[in-house]
Design a protein around this ligand. Structure first.
Ligand code: PMP
Length: 305
């Protein structure tokens, strides 16, 4: 983290180093915080920074806030403007990650959602790869289960729910894997610790539906659109059984931080021919170009800073 940059905190843009909450803050004590993770990409040719699909990220953030009985005085457009204001305070010339949060801001004891003040905050950090082995990842099936919609909705990006993701990620990494696939309580594939999952079976791109305890990923939505429009392949949203993954031709995971991670092995079994597949490879190249605002047809996916 670069302490010399700026953040949005308690209604103002201030130096990041001064944006601090108390150890008694509700959102910190009880995980009653919702968040988003966006990226802005540096386009070297244009020498400009472009935020990737901020409207979608803020729309999901406000939906998460609704689930958690939170209310802030901004809509999507207002939040995009704040993001641009924060980014323009600093001279970023590289890819960055933007973390907006809405949190229960009162101090004190008492777990609940009602009669608490909500605050919006946001910071920016330089950001490279999230999964270092993103062209050849080895996944495992986690022994943890995905949180259920009736416990903590995975559809909401709720801080407290990320204890589940942390357990999944750490156990996978400590066992020597790059990332894990998590099953939901019905035994179906849901997603990774912080990314959605896709497989190619018989030439069809398949991903779990929004009702299988996933976060409704923005990268997931982009990949579905691009696969249909640019690659002309069929995309199906349906439940996936554990062993289907072993017999898939291709497997990859998607997320804002992760982008598109090609998985070539799951629990020591090779996926397809054990190398990144052609559909995965095409989508990775396409997505990277679009995210960096290099594709005129998709320029409305990027907001110039
Ligand atoms: N699932 C989970 C649990 C996540 O945390 C993320 C990252 N936001 C994703 C999926 C991918 O979503 P997106 O493409 O919107 O970043």
């Amino acid at each position: 983290m670069d302490l010399t940059k700026h953040a949005f905190f308690e209604g103002k843009i201030i130096p990041f180093a001064e944006a601090k909450i108390s150890i008694a803050t509700h959102g910190f004590l009880y995980g009653t915080t919702v968040f988003s993770g966006m990226r802005a990409y540096w386009n070297e040719e244009k020498k400009r920074l472009f935020v990737f699909r901020p409207f979608d990220h803020f729309h999901r953030l406000l939906n998460s806030a609704r689930m958690m009985s939170m209310d802030i005085p901004y809509d999507e457009e207002g939040l995009i403007q704040l993001t641009l204001d924060v980014l323009r305070m600093d001279d970023w010339k590289e890819n960055v990650y933007i973390r907006p949060t809405i949190y229960k801001a009162d101090m004190g004891i008492g777990v609940r959602l009602h009669n608490l003040k909500d605050e919006f905050a946001m910071f920016v950090t330089a950001f490279g790869k999230y999964v270092s082995n993103d062209a050849d990842a080895h996944l495992t099936f986690s022994s943890w289960r995905r949180i259920d919609d009736n416990a903590i909705p995975a559809r909401g990006k709720i801080s407290g729910a990320y204890a589940n993701s942390a357990l999944i990620k750490t156990d996978a990494n400590r066992a020597g894997f790059d990332e894990a696939i998590v099953l939901d309580n019905n035994g179906h594939v849901s997603e990774g610790s912080a990314m959605n999952i896709f497989m190619v079976r018989d030439g069809v791109l398949v991903t779990p539906p929004a009702t299988d305890n996933i976060l409704e990923g923005i990268t997931r939505r982009c990949v579905i659109d691009l696969a249909r429009t640019e690659l002309g392949i069929e995309v199906v949203e349906r439940s996936i059984d554990r062993t289907e993954v072993f017999v898939a031709e291709e497997l990859f995971m998607t997320g804002t931080a992760a982008q598109i991670v090609a998985a070539t092995k799951v629990d020591h079994r090779s996926i397809g021919n054990g190398k990144m597949g052609t559909i995965t490879s095409k989508l990775r190249i396409l997505f990277d170009d679009i995210a960096h605002a290099r594709v005129p047809k998709y320029r409305d996916w990027n907001v110039e800073v």
